[in-house]
Design a protein around this ligand. Structure first.
Ligand SMILES: NC(=O)c1ccc[n+]([C@@H]2O[C@H](COP(=O)([O-])OP(=O)(O)OC[C@H]3O[C@@H](n4cnc5c(N)ncnc54)[C@H](O)[C@@H]3O)[C@@H](O)[C@H]2O)c1
Length: 258
């Protein structure tokens, strides 16, 4: 409790899934939270749930992370409501899984627009204030696709590799100003995104079983388990952790094969 007391946190894509779990965990730890989300309806519902469960100060703001002006506006609304964000979690992301040579130009662009430009737009909007104040923590939600490849999932891993590069570059640039930039690489986490992927397969039940069979812990992760790591990185318990990535995948990416 209160590991984030007095802090203001802005979380993108927080209407559901991992982002919603992070917003709830932050609120439980005493932060005022801003849910910056494309889908204002889910953001409002989640904000209400968090407020009634925790009593924290919560704000839902319609935000499209692909648009720099929209992200700047969300930061400005956060400032007006609660004060400048001490913590930014760039969580909004989409799966774009294609065969490289049949992928359309639009697939490439919408993947990078959300999964990489979106992260930069978030960083760009909060960094000047964090640098000026001499403190801040940015947490970028990458993926194990940031260092492992599954055929047919192009270009999502390319964008997620970029998120790690961005994290390392900005972490080094602003370390002298006490602004830390880190990433989390979740493995399979049970969210709507994962269920949508299973449901797109010819045999969804078999696809789900195949995924579980690949996991050393014989289960996939829960959004709350990613959120716990985000709390740690956002808090004052990680003052010397910077420009790095913490993997939350139950050991899956360390496994060669059974
Ligand atoms: N679920 C997994 O297994 C998994 C694994 C590794 C990484 N991730 C990453 O975690 C993050 C969250 O994934 P999730 O599973 O919770 O997904 P999700 O689809 O359940 O939630 C993503 C949220 O982002 C929002 N969003 C999408 N585009 C947006 C935009 N342009 N601007 C603002 N918000 C936008 C959506 O409306 C949605 O509420 C993503 O970056 C994803 O790549 C997920």
């Amino acid at each position: 409790m209160n590991r984030l007391a007095g802090k203001v946190a802005l979380i993108t894509g927080a209407g559901r899934g991992i982002g919603a779990a992070i917003a709830l965990a932050f609120a439980r730890e005493g932060a005022a939270v801003v849910l910056a989300e494309l889908n204002l309806e889910t953001a409002r519902q989640t904000a209400q749930r968090i407020e009634s469960e925790t009593g924290a100060r919560v704000l839902a703001v319609e935000t499209d992370v692909t648009q720099a002006a929209s992200v700047r506006q969300a930061v400005s609304e956060a400032e007006q409501a609660f004060g400048a964000p001490d913590v930014l979690v760039n969580n909004a992301g989409i799966n774009v899984f294609c065969d490289p040579l049949t992928m359309t130009d639009d697939d490439w662009r919408r993947c990078f627009a959300v999964d990489l430009d979106g992260v930069w737009n978030g960083c760009r909007a909060v960094l000047p204030g964090m640098v000026e104040r001499g403190s801040g923590s940015i947490v970028n939600i990458a993926s194990t696709h940031a260092f492992k490849i599954i055929p047919g999932c192009f270009p999502y891993p390319v964008a997620k590799h970029g998120v790690i590069g961005l994290t390392r570059a900005l972490g080094i640039e602003y370390a002298p100003r006490n602004v830390r930039v880190n990433a989390i690489a979740p493995g399979y986490i049970e969210t709507q995104l994962t269920h949508d992927w299973w449901n797109e397969q010819a045999d969804p039940a078999a696809a789900q079983q195949a995924t579980l069979a690949l996991q050393p812990m014989k289960r996939i992760g829960r959004p709350e388990e990613v959120a716990m790591t985000a709390v740690f990185l956002a808090s004052d318990e990680a003052p010397f952790i910077n420009a790095t990535c913490i993997t939350v995948d139950g050991g899956r990416s360390a496994l060669y094969h059974d």
